[in-house]
Write a protein that binds this ligand. Sequence first.
Ligand code: FAD
Length: 506
Amino acid sequence: MRHVPPALPCWQASGPLDGTGHRLYAGSPPDRAAEGTTALPETAKPIERLATALAPHFGDRLTANSVVREQHSHGEGWRSPDATLQPELVIFAETTNEVARVLRECSTRGIAVTAFGGGTSLEGQTTPLRGGVSLDLSRMTRVIEMRPEDMTCRVEAGVTRQALNHDLRDMGLFFAVDPGGEATIGGMCATRASGTGAVRYGTIAENVSGLTVVTVDGRVLRTGGSVRKSSTGYDLTHLFIGSEGTLGIITEIQLRLHGIPESVVGATCQFETLSDAIDTAVMVMQSGLPVGRMEFLDEVQMDACIRYSKLDGLRALPSLFFEFHGTPTATREQAETVRAIVDDNRGFDFRWSASEAERLALWKARHAAYFAGTAYRPGWSCMTTDAIVPISRLTELMTGAKADIAASGLVAPILGHVGDGNFHTLILYPPEPGAYERAVALDHQIIARALALGGSASGEHGIGMAKQMFMTREHDANALDVMRAIKAALDPANLLNPGKLLPPAD
Ligand SMILES: Cc1cc2nc3c(=O)[nH]c(=O)nc-3n(C[C@H](O)[C@H](O)[C@H](O)COP(=O)(O)OP(=O)(O)OC[C@H]3O[C@@H](n4cnc5c(N)ncnc54)[C@H](O)[C@@H]3O)c2cc1C
């Protein structure tokens, strides 16, 4: 994952920007302006005035350093071909009040604000299309309240799931949503993330019961609460979940926690064909077994993982990885039931183990699958798809996707949270003319197939810039009108992550 170095003082690197020789604040000595010692000239830009107003408070947490700006210009995965799309300022907030202050100051000056968490999103969500401020929440890392007896806690937006789970371990609890990267919980809310545990514990939407949100004009509001359910008023919590920073900035999250199961068993099995593997996954779901995790990797993804993570004893064949949670008796029974289903579908080498070390190695390899995929063809680029269909249509979709990949001539490992009907294709394309266009065409073909089968263009990665064209295909005109009305009501001047999620109106 990208490493963001400590911010440099505001104007320390205010010389040439991104190698073009242009200064950000031509005409005014930025270091003196930032210190507030010199009155700004009449011609000063709004962003200069903002920096002048905020620098005394934020000090070196407000920066125009070109390296930091570049780091805040993209996430993982899809990148805009326009490398000049960068924030003009990066501000590292540490409290809700600071977020409110930044938003108030930006609002009065008409400056765009794009929230930034871990920067692991995959659809171009963090690229600031109108420059302005990248508001980095990754330093908001306090666990505000821990209530183990209620199995809930309240955290700041910059806490990562890894850090939270480290804190929870001694209490016998865990937070179940696990996207592969070092995502922040605020970012996970903003993208409506899920991961390998969603099949049993739900997505972030089911694991959040309340939020603190700052609106564009700097108002702070609390939604939901710590109770397990409530039927009072509009569900504002879930309005902000999945809104990709376009409706408000999330600063605190009330989370649901789960008890660490007494016994956790990991298992793997392999198949000669993709359809046998997927049929197995569908039958496991239909049997009502409460599997903790169930992940599919096709033969290409297995080849990549075996090379990258040195997985012993597994072959480059379509495979399922399982995890069973419960009492020792229950997990053993679940494993045996799944073994029978695997046998019925011509699967083989069903191996299960309660050894924590073996299980962790397996899931570490699964979580590194994206990096294994990108390393599979050195020098090539990677585009991820995120299609989802009702589980009964999954075999049809994946078989079609395989045919599309073969016809494209590209290399594209497939992996997926198949218990949810969700899978990703890592489309790898070489650095040669026309390859990017072929990758885009393949991505669109797979999503078109998913939509035709009653699915969705994204199960968990969101829309950002890369998927906007599918919004009009997936949602009817009236639904899009309501979404636009909500955006206009909460952000009338279109300052919060402008140009994302909603496609332009005709
Ligand atoms: C290796 C790898 C594996 C992945 N696996 C999965 C997976 O299994 N499941 C899955 O769902 N995703 C997965 N992802 C994608 C990514 O981890 C998720 O989209 C994650 O939720 C992004 O969180 P982040 O903190 O990095 O957000 P960022 O990338 O920083 O931001 C994402 C969006 O949220 C907005 N935002 C960020 N913080 C806030 C906030 N506090 N308030 C309001 N808006 C905010 C940003 O403006 C942006 O629009 C994976 C990514 C990688 C690199």
